[in-house]
Design a protein. Structure first.
Length: 265
């Protein structure tokens, strides 16, 4: 895996993490047999948390704006969001300037993609596949589930009502640094394949992206969300290949000069 400026984020966000992990908030981890508590966090609360978290990221790391890559990202994401049957979120997609091949989701429909991923992808369809997966995490409220594993609802309300702001960086570190479980990853993959088809993008693009990762010999890194505890690439490739589109399905190519996009990063 190439060196990453984004890994510095974990160092910055990790200040005080010992206090946080040692019991700043005592929480009960949600087990598989436990009741789904995501309803305790409203969409409005989730969006407010997302606003707080994304401000931290924007303050610390450069983003890519107002160039060919940003324009392409908007074209890709508009088609994906339009294909959703319905959504409670006002999605916002941001490119982080980093050589990492990764993307991640924070509360409130805020999705970040690394410029390194867009440079490695050979087509806009491959980028769309990764983003569809991240949208799946948001729509299934996996991000909220992960948040509730780290904090009690009382702690979340405290943060939103002006609680200790120093805790925010620690919370963000936990959200980004802890993986989704395998069931959630598989659910997000399934969602992505269906969304891609609805958006007129061939679902095989998801498998093609992971084939490229295998070809590039990108190793699993515990600090990168899209690579952590995901089902093995070969399994995901097989699932994408086996996915059967409807008989009338016909992919609609993007009108994007991908070489120009990559040159702008």
């Amino acid at each position: 895996m190439r060196a990453s400026t984004f890994k510095d984020l974990f160092i910055l966000l990790g200040i005080g993490a010992v206090l946080f992990a040692g019991g700043y908030f005592i929480v009960k981890e949600i087990g598989k047999a436990d009741l789904d508590l995501t309803y305790e966090v409203s969409i409005e609360q989730e969006e407010k948390l997302g606003d707080l978290f994304k401000d931290i990221i924007w303050d610390q790391y450069p983003t890519v704006k107002e160039n060919a890559a940003d324009t392409a990202l908007q074209q890709i994401t508009e088609r994906l969001v339009h294909a959703l049957d319905s959504t409670p979120y006002r999605y916002q997609f941001t490119i982080i300037k980093s050589q990492d091949v990764n993307a991640f989701t924070i509360p409130g429909g805020n999705i970040f993609i690394f410029s390194g991923l867009m440079e490695m992808a050979e087509t806009p369809e491959e980028v769309a596949a990764v983003l569809a997966h991240e949208i799946g995490h948001a729509e299934k409220r996996h991000v909220v589930t992960k948040l509730l594993k780290e904090l009690s609802i009382t702690a979340i309300v405290s943060i939103l009502s002006g609680g200790d702001p120093s805790v925010l960086t620690n919370v963000l570190k936990e959200i980004i640094g802890n993986s989704f479980d395998r069931g959630q990853e598989e659910e997000a993959d399934k969602f992505a394949l269906q969304l891609l088809e609805k958006a007129g993008i061939h679902p095989k693009s998801l498998g093609q992206f992971f084939e490229r990762m295998n070809k590039e010999n990108l190793d699993y890194d515990k600090n990168l969300e899209i690579l952590m505890t995901h089902p093995h690439n070969d399994k995901r490739i097989e699932q994408a290949r086996k996915y059967r589109t409807k008989n009338h399905f016909k992919p609609v190519p993007f009108d994007i000069d991908w070489k120009k996009v990559q040159e702008s990063l």
